[in-house]
Design a protein around this ligand. Sequence first.
Ligand SMILES: Cc1cc2nc3c(=O)[nH]c(=O)nc-3n(C[C@H](O)[C@H](O)[C@H](O)COP(=O)(O)OP(=O)(O)OC[C@H]3O[C@@H](n4cnc5c(N)ncnc54)[C@H](O)[C@@H]3O)c2cc1C
Ligand SMILES: NC(=O)c1ccc[n+]([C@@H]2O[C@H](COP(=O)([O-])OP(=O)(O)OC[C@H]3O[C@@H](n4cnc5c(N)ncnc54)[C@H](OP(=O)(O)O)[C@@H]3O)[C@@H](O)[C@H]2O)c1
Length: 497
Amino acid sequence: MGGGNKIKSVAVIGAGAAGAITAAALKAEEAFDVIRVFERRECAGGTWIYDAAVRPNLLVRPGALPDEVDPPLEIPQSLPTVTRPNQQERFSTTPIYDSLTTNVPEIAMSFSDARFPYGPFAPHHIPRQYIENYFALHKTDSFLVLNTTVEDVSRIDHPSNDGSTQWKLTLRKHDAFQNADVWWEERFDGVILANGHYSVPTIPRVKGLEEYIQKYPGRVVHSKSYRSPGVYQSKRVLVIGNSASGTDLSRELISAAQLPVYQSKRSKAWWEGDSPPAGIEWKPVVSEYLSDGRILFDDGTYLDDIDAVIYCTGYKPSYPFWNTSKNGQPLWDDRRGKLVKSYWHTFFRDFPNLGIVGLPRVLTFRSFEYQAIALARLFANRNPVPLPPAGEQRAWEDEREQVRRRERRKFHDITWDDGETHEWLQGFLKWSGLGTLTGQGRIPPPLTKEMVWAIENLKKYRPGGDDGKKGPNGEPAEAYEWIVVEESRKRDVLGFV
Ligand SMILES: Cc1cc2nc3c(=O)[nH]c(=O)nc-3n(C[C@H](O)[C@H](O)[C@H](O)COP(=O)(O)OP(=O)(O)OC[C@H]3O[C@@H](n4cnc5c(N)ncnc54)[C@H](O)[C@@H]3O)c2cc1C
Ligand SMILES: NC(=O)c1ccc[n+]([C@@H]2O[C@H](COP(=O)([O-])OP(=O)(O)OC[C@H]3O[C@@H](n4cnc5c(N)ncnc54)[C@H](OP(=O)(O)O)[C@@H]3O)[C@@H](O)[C@H]2O)c1
């Protein structure tokens, strides 16, 4: 590993769940002189930090890509230096809303050496506290460099001139007391990206939407700005999307908005029945926004007098710190929706001293653990088995891309039912091995029967729709927070992640 590099210093970008487990795995190797975890927020926790104050009009242009809405900052000519504070939107606040509970069973959402205090589906402050505590548990909190954004990552020659490379990081720390930004550079032998991919919201390009946003300022928002239903009291609301955010928001809005709450959906979610829950009316995809305020749908119907449109259409990964010209290639290909020249969703063919944890849509925290252990082991040069040669890695990437395109599935989504998750985790087991006899290095955890059962059977939403169904004492099924499901499934068990 490392193309001849001896990795003694490692930078981790981000202190969410992926950064927390990566720091613990790196520390456990006892092989590195320096480990630093750079985090742009004021504390660890990532997605799970709750921001009460949101920018309601968080500007996202319909159809715009992260390159356009989240471009790199201009880096001062000479460093270190102090500048006026950055004013550019960096999308660092999180989408957590008041009522959000987790949707992955606690046993699979926690790392193998510490459980959540309770579950299976906990309120959002539980994972936040858990991640912060996890740094303390492993005494990796001293690695944290908070309020510090990594603004540039550039590959440079190693000072030893032995043909190996390092990474130069340009860092910006906001000093709230001085109301200034402090800039400096640091060099590392290895870098692990743990910066998440649910920061930059995305909304589709729709005919007339740009003009509609201009004409009715504040009417269109993204779910990232949603906190609670109160502000929608008696309003006519259209929710776009029916994945986790769209489902939660439309159901919650029933208690405040004028009924029905309209929900535009493109496909059927596995938890939906044939008709919407009481209080919600389903609409197809929006085809056009008209200047008189009317909203047209694919089936020729329209709505007027809508007071609020909430786009629950998800997020796109963004890597504004990646210096494409200095590094010779981009990191992310937006058009293809994938990392460039990557292997196993974790390694980079051309950059053996670079890794990424947390990108694929699969089990979350628990799968980050496998990725982090394998990367730590490779960086420590203790892997029992090498990664496959470049040609084989390339063949994996090309074949996956072809198959995924044919199946109309996303490159970085990993399924459970067909054994893909097991195969993927098994790969990390192979490259990680057991650590050393004297205890250096974490060992990849087993997928226990208890965990597999929870993943396959504990569901936050009732498949097939809960409308009208009654519980054992005649109470509406919606009264349940979660249920055990042991009936046959039509969609992949990880379809909700
Ligand atoms: C609304 C919502 C609900 C979710 N619910 C669930 C759930 O119930 N269960 C579940 O398992 N998963 C859920 N997820 C997915 C969730 O994102 C993952 O569980 C997990 O928290 C991701 O961790 P991460 O560390 O990869 O990313 P994040 O949590 O996003 O952490 C990345 C960190 O990197 C920092 N960062 C980014 N760029 C820089 C930079 N340039 N310099 C320095 N720091 C940087 C960010 O500030 C952030 O703290 C949800 C996601 C969303 C959006
Ligand atoms: N803990 C929780 O309960 C919770 C709550 C919210 C979010 N989350 C997590 O947060 C992440 C993001 O979830 P998300 O729901 O915000 O985004 P998402 O899962 O990416 O879903 C985006 C939704 O937008 C729909 N969509 C896209 N374009 C559309 C269009 N033109 N018209 C109508 N619908 C359109 C998609 O439909 P298609 O399905 O047809 O593509 C999909 O339903 C996920 O990991 C999720 O699990 C968790």
